[in-house]
Every structure is written in structure tokens, then in C-alpha cells.
Design a binder for this molecule. Sequence first.
Ligand SMILES: O=c1[nH]cnc2c1ncn2[C@@H]1O[C@H](CO)[C@@H](O)[C@H]1O
Ligand SMILES: [Zn+2]
Length: 362
Amino acid sequence: MGRVTTPTHDQVLRAPKVLLHDHLDGGLRPQTVLELAADCGHPLPADDADSLGRWFAEAADSGSLVRYLETFDHTVAVMQTAAALSRVARECVEDLAADGVVYAEVRYAPEQHVGGGLTLDEVVGAVQEGFDAGVAAAGGSIVVRQLLTAMRHQARSMEIAELAVAWRDRGVAGFDIAGAEAGYPPTRHLDAFEYLQRENFHFTIHAGEAFGLPSIWQALQWCGADRLGHGVRIVDDITVDDDGNAKLGRLAAYVRDKRIPLEMCPASNVQTGAVTSIAEHPIGLLTRLRFRVTVNTDNRLMSGTSMTDEMCSLVEAFGYGLEDLRWFTINAMKSSFLPFDERLEIIDGVVKPGYAALLGEA
Ligand SMILES: O=c1[nH]cnc2c1ncn2[C@@H]1O[C@H](CO)[C@@H](O)[C@H]1O
Ligand SMILES: [Zn+2]
């Protein structure tokens, strides 16, 4: 893609970044996990913040999505009160703002936070309170919305979809399904997706991460997803010949033609074994073919990552310049679930001037 102005780490940190795929229960500070676990008597596999952070990264680095997801037992366990949820949500916004994120959609599954007696409504309210406090602490330099996730192996998706719609004007911008992909096709939750479409609401679906094209096809053509969580396996429908010419199958062509946003999470994909390395991540090919690619963190705790780290690893692996990072960022902002005028305001008022200033330095 065009010109290349290789950025320094400090420039990537200062660049305005947009995050569409980040799990609230995958982004806690290790120290906070320790303190909340002490409060509620939850036993942890380590007793200081450094070793606990390392434990999460190592346990998640398993080559299997199912084992990766087991690490969430410890974060979800300490997020069962309104105070704990608000704290985690506030710290999440503080950490994203410090990382130069200007817009974020942060997701979690409310049904996993009712073990301490909270109602679903109270869970969403507690998270929103934390987000509001975090945005205030960051001096309004960041805009944050919730995405409500339903767990694909459970049967509460309709209820969670209704919850999301009930909160649509109070901080919730969309809906998602997550959890183990193989064996739990998105069509299990068709009633929820059809309801959301009738409500003119937005949703994304984790698809094409641990399972291939049928999962992506169902998410788009049966369920009507607006975006794909990961979607990496769309490359199974693309062949590249020895001269580098790519041939797209019907599904890959549809995804590109319709500008379906791909919420790509490079570090997470290496840990779950969806790809073997960042350098071999399909994001390189998909970017070259001009799919609507976005860059995301997925789980900052489990992957020991940040938006700055993800961007820097792509700069290193693919030689991307500031121009490419701006393209990813504008792609993400165009694909957000905010109203169109609010998206434009951030693109024209924040993202473009931010990159113009950095390109002026370079
Ligand atoms: O990459 C992923 N693929 C599928 N599910 C995930 C991923 N990361 C996190 N979760 C699941 O989403 C729940 C709500 O945030 C988490 O508890 C985890 O089980
Ligand atoms: Zn995810």
C-alpha cells in the first residue's frame, strides 16, 4: 500500500487508535485480579502481580481455543459484584486511553456475572458506571461503548439480545456471541439474530477462528452478522498462485465486495493456534487484497498485549507504515456500531488530524 513512513514505538503509542474487539474479562490488570480475588476468597495460581500476569500469558498460549478460554475462570470469578465490575470497567477505560485508544467497543457476557446475585440489568449498569468514570478520568479523550456477548454453548442469547436493545441508548452499541466455536454453530442462536435485525440493531459474531468457512458462511448468510470476530479462516477460500495472484472463492468475494469488517486479533490467534506466527498471519494477505481489515487486542491480559503492541508487531512483521496504521484505524472507525455522524466526527476530528501531525513529524 502506497508510501511507507515507518513509525517509532512512541509514535504508534501517540497515534489515535480504534478498538472494536476487546473482552472486558480478558483485560484486567493482574494486580486487580489479585486484590479482587482476596476480597472474594477466590484461589489463584500465583500470588504476585508479575507471576500472575505471566501465568495468564503462558496458560493462554496453549494452541487451543478451549484451553485458552479456561483462563477466564479466574477473571470471571472475581467479577461478580457491582463494585468489582465497575472497578474493572473503569480501569479498562483508563488503560485504553493511556494506550492512545480514542474509540473502543468493549464486550463481555452479562450471563457470566450473575453468580453473586446481580440481575443482568445490574451487571450492565455496573459496567456502564465504570465506563463513565473511566471516560471522565481520561478527560473525555476516549469514547467507549459496550457490546453484550451471549455464550454460544449456553441458551440465553435471546435474553441477552433483549438486554442489549433495552440498553441501546444508554451505552450499549451491539451484540456478539463468543465461546468455543467448534460444535456450537451460530445458527443455534438464530432467533436472537432475527430479533436484533427486526430491531434494526447491530451485531458481530465470533466466526472463522477455531472453525472454518461454514462458520463464517452461517454467521453472514444465515444470521446476518454486520462484522466477523476474527474471520481469519476466510483465507481458506482464497488461493494464491506462484506469481502472487489471488483468486477469491464465492464467500471470500462476498466478504470483500460487501466490505464486511474483519475484527482481526493477531496475538490472540497465535496463542489459540489459529495461526502459527504473526508473520504468517492472514492479515498480511487480506490487507494486500484490501479486505475491510481492522486490528484488535481480543484479550489484553491473556495475550499480554495492547493496541500499541499489536500495531508494532505488524509494523515489524509486514513493514507497515503510519499510512497503513491510519488505514486500519479508519477502517475500524467506519465499521463501528456508533451512528454514522458520530463515526465521521471521530474520523475527521480526531483520527485524520492525529495522523497528519505524526506524518508531519516523520
Ligand atoms: O477469542 C475468543 N474466541 C471466543 N471466545 C472468546 C474469545 N476471547 C474471549 N472469549 C470468551 O468471551 C467471553 C466473554 O467476554 C469470555 O469469558 C470468554 O469465554
Ligand atoms: Zn474475542
